[in-house]
Design a protein around this ligand. Sequence first.
Ligand code: GDP
Length: 332
Amino acid sequence: PNTQARDAKPRLLLMGLRRSGKSSIASVVFHKMPPNETLFLESTTRIQKDSIHSFMDFQVWDFPGQLEYLEPSFDLEDIFGSLGALVWVIDAQDDYLDSVARLNRTILTVQQYYPGINIEVFIHKVDGLSDEFRTDIYQDIVQRISDELSDAGYENAPVHYYLTSIYDYSVFEAFSKVIQKLIPNLSTLENLINTLGNNCGFEKTYLFDVLSKIYIASDTRPVDMACYEMCSDYIDVIVDVSELYSWDHPERRPKGDQIQEAESHVVLHDDTMIHLMEMNKYLCLVSVIRNRESKEKRGLIDLNCRTFQDGLNEVFSRRWEQLEETNHLDGG
Ligand code: GDP
C-alpha cells in the first residue's frame, strides 16, 4: 500500500552531468537556499527520495555517476516505472555535446519502454549568457535532439525545452510547467480558479505548492512574472510567520491540534492587494486583486475561497486519501 500511496504524487527525476546544476536547483527550489550559496555545494547526490515533503516526489541523480542505467543489468522498471517526468539539466555555459549525446540515448531508451514519460530539458545557467547566445544555444540543442529523434522515428516524443537559471524565477516557472503536465485534472482546476477569479474580481490567482513555491495551476489569463514573484514572495512572508501557519515546517506534520488554515492579506503601496489562503498541507491559493470594489468585499472573497477549497479537495480527494495514508505510515 505504501508504494501505491506514493504513486499519487507526481514523480520527478532530475538527471544530468556532474556540475550541471542539479543539486543547486534542488536546493534553491526545495530548501530555500540562496542561489549564491550553491557555489559551495559538494557535487554529490545528497537529495534523496522522500526527503522532500511536498506536493511532488522528487529525486536527483548524477549521470554518469554511481550508475550506468543503460546496462542490461539495471532495473529500468525501478527507475522509470512510476515516473511522471525526467528533467535533464544541461549546463549551457559549458560544452554540452556529451550531455546532449547522453540525453539522446536516454530518450531513445525511455521512448522505447516508457513512452508516457515527459522529457523536460532544462538548458541551465543561462544567466551568464547574452540573449543572442541563449537563442543560438537553445536552437542548436533542440536541433540536435530532434534530428536524433526523427532518425529513430520518434518525432512525436514528449520532449520540451526551457531556459533556466537559479538566479531568477525561470527555474520555478519551468518546474511549474513540468508539474502542470502531470496534474490529471488540470483543466477542471483551471476552470475552478477561473470561476473563483471572475466571482471575486481577482486579477491573477495561483495555486502554489507551499514548500517549493512551484504553482501547480493558475487561472488561464496570461502569466505575469511580476505577479508571480509578488505572490511567491508573500508565501515566504506568511510561512516565516510560523505561528500563523498550522503545519510544522519542513516536516509538514500537524503541530498538535490543527488550527484553521492560514488566511492572510496585505495591501501594497500601489494599492494592490495580495490574498493568501491555505488549502491543505501542501497547497495554498494566492490571488492578486487590483479592482477597488473587489478589495472591499473581503467576506465574499473568503467565502468564495472556502467554496473553492471544497471543490479542490473534491478534485483531489482520492489523491489526498492516499497521501494521508502515506503520511500516516511515514509518521509511525
Ligand atoms: P550538480 O553536480 O549537477 O549537482 O551541480 P551543482 O548543483 O553542484 O552545481 C555546480 C555549479 O554550478 C555550482 O557552483 C553552482 O553554483 C553552479 N550553478 C548552478 N546553477 C546555476 C545557474 O543557474 N547559474 C549559474 N551561473 N551557476 C549555477
